[in-house]
Design a protein around this ligand. Structure first.
Ligand code: SAM
Length: 255
């Protein structure tokens, strides 16, 4: 079964839409959008991709904004199943990759448990693409041999936080923090407490792939303060590779 397969009535396709620029959607993602009868769309999904939808397609906003419209996940699952049972070709369009902090598996399970045929079209995850858009590679030969993508949604010390910050520091991998701007002061303090050098380069890339993309660079000890100036969504990169933001920045200003 290929990802370019024709959508069948009564089925669901979970499409990763990339970090926000419709040009970063996959060919399979676009093909699914073009065929959909119903699209359930996140706020981080590329808005311009909706121009590819059929004029008669129903577009349902299922945003989960922290201080705005909030659609509970259970409601989204229910909508997927209800529309598919009505015989619609359903596309769930999300930002990035649906399986990276995207609750995509919950949606897949809701469909399979209801006996709805479902497939996955992976997307370009902001965890790698947003640093890349700012000229930051998450790995670089001779400098770093891996990267760790972590959620900053719950701060260190919170009962729901099971991250091992000492282990992250010891791993010597690039750290990529998603959903982390709000708790960046606590996260950086925890990394410093576990021995990460205060001078470690760091960068916050906000609204990656959008015309108003911003890149703020600072040593680890200062990055949380610098990040106060950013607008969501943003990805924080911590590690030697964050230095590379300075290479592309002058070129991005003039082009
Ligand atoms: C709920 S997570 C979803 C991640 C998504 N599934 C992915 O693979 O990119 C949302 C977080 O992704 C990051 N993010 C998504 N799109 C972004 C963008 N265009 N620019 C910067 N960060 C982005 C931010 O850290 C944001 O808080």
């Amino acid at each position: 079964m290929g990802t370019l397969e024709t959508l069948r009535p009564g089925s669901v396709v979970l499409v990763g839409g990339g970090p926000g620029d419709a040009g970063l959607m996959t060919v399979a993602g676009r093909a699914a959008v073009e065929q959909a009868d119903v699209l359930l769309v996140d706020h981080l999904a590329p808005a311009d991709a909706l121009a590819w939808a059929r004029p008669d397609a129903q577009v349902v906003d299922v945003a989960k904004l922290p201080r705005g419209t909030f659609t509970p996940q259970e409601r989204i699952n229910e909508l997927l199943v209800t529309h598919a049972r009505a015989g619609h070709r359903v596309v769930r369009l999300k930002g990035g990759d649906g399986f990276v902090f995207g609750r995509g598996m919950e949606e897949l399970l809701a469909c399979t448990e209801a006996g709805i045929p479902v497939r996955v079209v992976p997307g370009v995850s902001s965890s790698v693409a947003v640093p890349a858009l700012a000229g930051i590679p998450v790995t670089h030969r001779g400098l770093v041999q891996g990267f760790s993508v972590i959620s900053g949604h719950v701060p260190p010390g919170h009962p729901d936080n099971r991250l091992d910050y000492a282990g992250l520091v010891a791993s010597r991998t690039t750290l990529v923090v998603l959903m982390g701007v709000k708790h960046l002061p606590e996260i950086t303090a925890e990394l410093l407490a576990h021995g990460l050098d205060a001078d470690t380069p760091a960068a916050v890339v906000a609204r990656g792939g959008h015309p108003d993309q911003q890149v703020h660079s600072a040593p680890l000890a200062d990055i949380a303060t610098v990040a106060l100036a950013t607008v969501a969504p943003a990805v924080t990169v911590i590690g030697e590779v964050a230095r590379f933001a300075a290479v592309l920045a002058p070129l991005q200003e003039t082009h």
